[in-house]
Design a protein around this ligand. Structure first.
Ligand code: NAD
Length: 350
């Protein structure tokens, strides 16, 4: 959308997914257009594949299936060859093993909770855990006080953090040295979290037993004991539907009530919608904006019933519910009056 010009009546853009790099977010902010995304809508899809591949690789399923297929053409000998050759794929059960979950957000929390149900011991690390996730997390997930504690105690490690300057290359020579021998690492987050050269060496030496990754490249395909998944983490029909439904709901709520949930450029803000007239203004985050808006409202001798003001960086969003019974859809002149206040970017009267 970077080359598009937006009409003055465009109010919102929703991305059915997490990444918004195809949307000119800064330009939208300057024009008062809310940009939504749908975090967590694909979390269940990713969780299911994390647990599937964790179990499948622990049982050497992928290599076993490939080997079984290679027996094609052996005719009557196939069952005999299977029985003779299967011992090379003896695996390990996950029951009773320790799973370390780094990042307990939408995906990590689901993985941690369900791994407990599979009788794993689960240890989690997330210094920035949100209150919402903490509420959803089973109290049987043990809390690692440091990432080193998690590395040292896990038989399997799965990572669910964003790629940032802090997390880039968090799996490297030094951190592998703390881990148990033969640890399995599952990466459905981003390839940059893992130092490729170091994991190649760790797989070669057996320090890392398996590397399951959703991000194959030429180097990954050459790694011993890497399990390359062709970026299937969120690829389910349900996940696409969940994202679309969530995107549509968020836009609908914003258009009907002004409430904002999961915006990447506006502050999140909500007050229960009771059907009263509502003024929703997006404005510069500078002193006395709320004062000027409320005084414009009181010039009309209207009472304020409820109000919210939230800021995000240089901008802020104010919603004000008006008590007085107002006839018709529009309070004549109010919208125009507020829009003339310096610093107002966009204004709606709902
Ligand atoms: N493979 C796929 O198809 C696919 C699909 C969706 C998401 N993802 C990836 O999965 C990642 C996680 O997704 P999510 O929806 O759970 O995100 P989320 O934002 O809900 O959770 C991320 C969690 O990581 C935590 N965190 C941040 N920095 C940390 C650090 N240094 N150490 C420990 N924890 C840290 C945060 O506090 C947060 O709880 C995304 O960033 C994305 O890269 C991949």
């Amino acid at each position: 959308m970077h080359s598009l010009e937006f009409g003055s009546n465009l109010k919102a853009i929703a991305r059915a997914g997490a990444g918004v790099n195809n949307i000119p977010v800064d330009k939208c902010t300057e024009q008062g257009i809310v940009v939504f995304n749908t975090p967590g809508a694909n979390a269940n899809a990713v969780k299911e594949l994390v647990l599937t591949t964790l179990m499948a690789s622990s049982r050497n399923l992928f290599a076993g299936v490939e080997w079984a297929k290679s027996l094609k053409g052996e005719g009557d000998q196939v069952p005999k060859l299977v029985e003779a050759g299967k011992k090379q794929f003896v695996g390990k059960e996950i029951k009773g093993k320790t799973l370390g979950v780094i990042g307990l957000g939408a995906i990590g929390a689901l993985v941690a909770n369900d791994a407990l149900d599979l009788d794993m011991d689960v240890i989690g690390f997330d210094p920035f855990i949100s209150v919402n996730t903490a509420w959803n997390l089973s109290r049987n997930v043990q809390r690692a006080m440091s990432i080193e504690e998690l590395f040292a105690n896990s038989d399997f490690i799965t990572v669910h953090v964003p790629l940032t300057a802090d997390t880039k290359g968090m799996f490297n020579k030094q951190t592998f040295s703390i881990m148990k021998d033969g640890v399995h690492i599952v990466n459905f987050s981003r390839d940059g979290l893992v130092n490729e050269e170091d994991i190649t060496a760790a797989l070669e030496s057996g320090k890392v037993g398996k590397y399951i990754t959703d991000f194959p490249n030429e180097n990954v395909l050459k790694m011993k004991n890497a399990v390359p998944i062709p970026h299937l983490g969120a690829s389910t029909q349900e996940s696409e539907e969940n994202c679309a439904i969530m995107a549509a709901r968020q836009v609908k709520e914003f258009m009907e009530t002004g409430n904002i949930k999961n915006s990447v450029n506006f502050p999140n803000a909500a007050i229960p919608y009771t059907g009263k007239k509502r003024v929703a203004a997006f404005h510069k985050n500078v002193p006395n904006m709320v004062g000027q808006i409320t005084s414009a409202i009181s010039d009309y001798e209207l009472n304020i019933a409820d109000m919210v003001n939230r800021s995000r960086g240089d901008y802020a969003y104010t919603m004000i519910d008006i008590e007085n019974k107002v006839n018709g859809d529009v309070i004549p002149g109010l919208k125009e009056k507020i829009s003339q206040i310096e610093g107002i970017v966009s204004i709606r009267v709902i």
